[in-house]
Design a protein around this ligand. Structure first.
Ligand code: NAD
Length: 493
């Protein structure tokens, strides 16, 4: 068995967690800190045998997990929330080292993850069925809401803890068990959750955690007849493959995929406020967020005023190692997840410039801080003269590039905002709230923030339309992803 590792006070092993113990495999992957390139751990990746054992173990564990009362399951979930909060600082340090986001954002991610365990811990007790009338006098229908069974949870690297928490909290509340496959580059925070789950009272086998290669583990989940639902947060390409594979056994899929959010600044917006919020949104996780502002729409005659404010804000931002963050000193953005991501973002920018876009500003890294040469940093960039038919406007940038579009009328901007194949999030900034409401209601997306850059919370359903996905996470709706319905027609006497 691989040795236990201590990361800033958290003990766990960098190996798959199956049936209550860490198991070693023959394949390992080196996990590095994207800000420095420093090696963090050599992680054992699950092979097909370990992945199958994990699913089989979750099948066995589900028999007793679903028999617990909803009250008992809920209490365990609320204990997980409490433990996350208690260990927040240590977990946040690990999260920043592995993912690269500034420490304060990692703290926020732990809080956010805990809020889902808390919410679904409460919501578990509200799962109920109903009695419906039968056309015959001497009968009635009993409508039951039951757990769907064993679930495969597949998560990305940008919110490596919170994306797992959303899925696991809802599924466990519903009475499901499952297998969590974190992203290849960020498995450590998931594996660090194993001892926490155990000490919170989660029985062995209920949550299996298996780092591994996506396509390999994905096809094992697809082929295993006892996996009844696969819940992915990831790219459209992966979503399409999983959906096609799941079709052979008619498995349920829940897909949270990429976005292409419009950020609409209305003519009467408070520009200082809108730009301040835009910078927070866009630098959050260095632009590597599905709901980030991908296309920024500015009224034509406000273009210069917005650029001036935006550049002023970015000049005073700090882009460096997220672990430099402390109570007194706030890092605004960290590195991208790996150097390949920098190359991809750069290609989008170059291509846009070849078609007429202009670099209005590029951040200059300061002296004495981690720079591009050491980690996978990409300088925040303001790109003006961006138009709709450029590749940068059609899909996710996933980097700190502010792509500025201009518009003339509100009707025009709504039409252009909706003219893409994704529909996840949108933002509307203005002072006349009746206009804001009218614009928000016409956006073809799953969630709109009016004068708010981060509306996502555990209490509400979040999910995309069009190529952004199927299903919801959060809120009461998030539970139904993991439930099935059974109806029994009963004689009344
Ligand atoms: P990705 O699809 O490459 O990987 C996501 C996960 O899927 C990883 O765990 C990966 O190992 C796994 N995977 C890859 N190929 C697979 C396959 N064939 N079968 C099964 N699993 C497979 O995406 P990524 O690059 O890690 O994440 C970024 C994407 O996630 C972006 O498009 C982003 O917008 C999206 N995202 C969406 C949301 C949302 O809630 N809608 C949230 C965060 C990220």
């Amino acid at each position: 068995m691989s040795a236990q590792r201590k990361f800033d006070g958290i003990w766990f092993e960098p190996a798959p967690w199956v049936n209550g113990r860490y198991v070693r495999s023959d394949a390992t992957r080196c996990i590095v800190n994207p800000a420095t390139g420093a090696k963090l751990a050599e992680v054992h990746f699950a092979n097909p045998q370990i992945a199958t054992e994990a699913i089989d173990g979750a099948v066995v564990a589900q028999r007793s997990w679903k028999e617990l009362s909803a009250f008992e399951r809920g209490n365990i979930l609320k204990t997980i929330a409490a433990e996350l909060i208690e260990q927040k600082d240590k977990l946040a340090t690990l999260l920043t080292a592995e993912q690269g986001k500034p420490y304060w954002q990692s703290v926020g991610e732990i809080d956010y993850a805990a809020s889902f365990f808390q919410w679904y811990g409460e919501e578990a007790r509200r799962i109920s069925g109903r009695i419906a009338s039968h056309p015959q006098r001497d009968r009635e229908f009993v409508i039951e809401h039951l757990p769907i069974g064993v679930v495969g949870w597949i998560t990305p690297w940008n919110f490596p803890l919170a994306q797992g928490a959303k899925k696991i909290a809802a599924a466990l509340a519903a009475g499901c068990t499952g297998v969590w496959k974190p992203a290849e580059s960020t498995p450590l925070i998931a594996l660090a959750m194993a001892p926490l789950f155990r000490s919170a009272g989660v029985p062995d086998g209920v949550v299996q955690i298996i780092p591994g290669e996506g396509p390999q583990i994905g096809s094992i989940m697809i082929d295993h007849p006892e996996v009844r639902c696969i819940s992915l947060t990831g790219s459209k390409a992966t979503g399409s493959k999983l959906m096609a594979g799941a079709a052979s056994q008619i498995k349920r899929v829940s897909l949270e995929l990429g976005g292409n959010a419009p950020f609409i600044v209305l003519p009467d917006a408070d520009l200082d406020f809108a730009v301040d919020q835009l910078v927070q949104l866009k630098l959050f996780v260095t632009g590597q967020v599905c709901v980030t502002a991908n296309r920024i729409f500015i009224p034509e005659d406000l273009h210069e005023q917005v650029l001036e404010r935006l550049i002023g804000k970015l000049e005073s931002s700090k882009v460096e190692d997220g672990l430099n963050d402390s109570g007194l000193y706030r890092v605004d953005a960290g590195p991208l997840i790996h150097s390949q991501a920098c190359i991809g973002v750069d290609a989008l920018v170059e291509e846009a410039c070849d078609s007429g876009a202009k670099i209005a500003y590029r951040y200059v890294f300061g002296k004495g801080v981690r720079s591009k040469s050491e980690g996978s940093f990409y300088a925040p960039t303001v790109l003006s003269h961006v138009v709709d038919d450029m590749r940068i406007s059609k899909g996710e940038i996933f980097g700190p590039v502010f792509a500025i579009h201009t518009y003339r009328t509100v009707d025009e901007v709504i039409q252009r905002a909706n003219g893409v194949s994704q529909g996840l999030a949108g933002y509307v900034y203005g002072t006349d709230l009746s206009v804001c409401r009218r614009v928000a209601r016409r956006l073809d997306v799953g969630i709109v923030g009016v004068n708010e850059w981060r509306p996502l919370k555990a209490e509400i359903p979040f999910g995309g339309i069009k190529e952004s996905g199927i299903g919801s996470e959060g809120g009461t709706e998030g539970l139904s992803e993991y439930m099935r319905v059974r109806v029994i027609s009963f004689p009344t006497d």
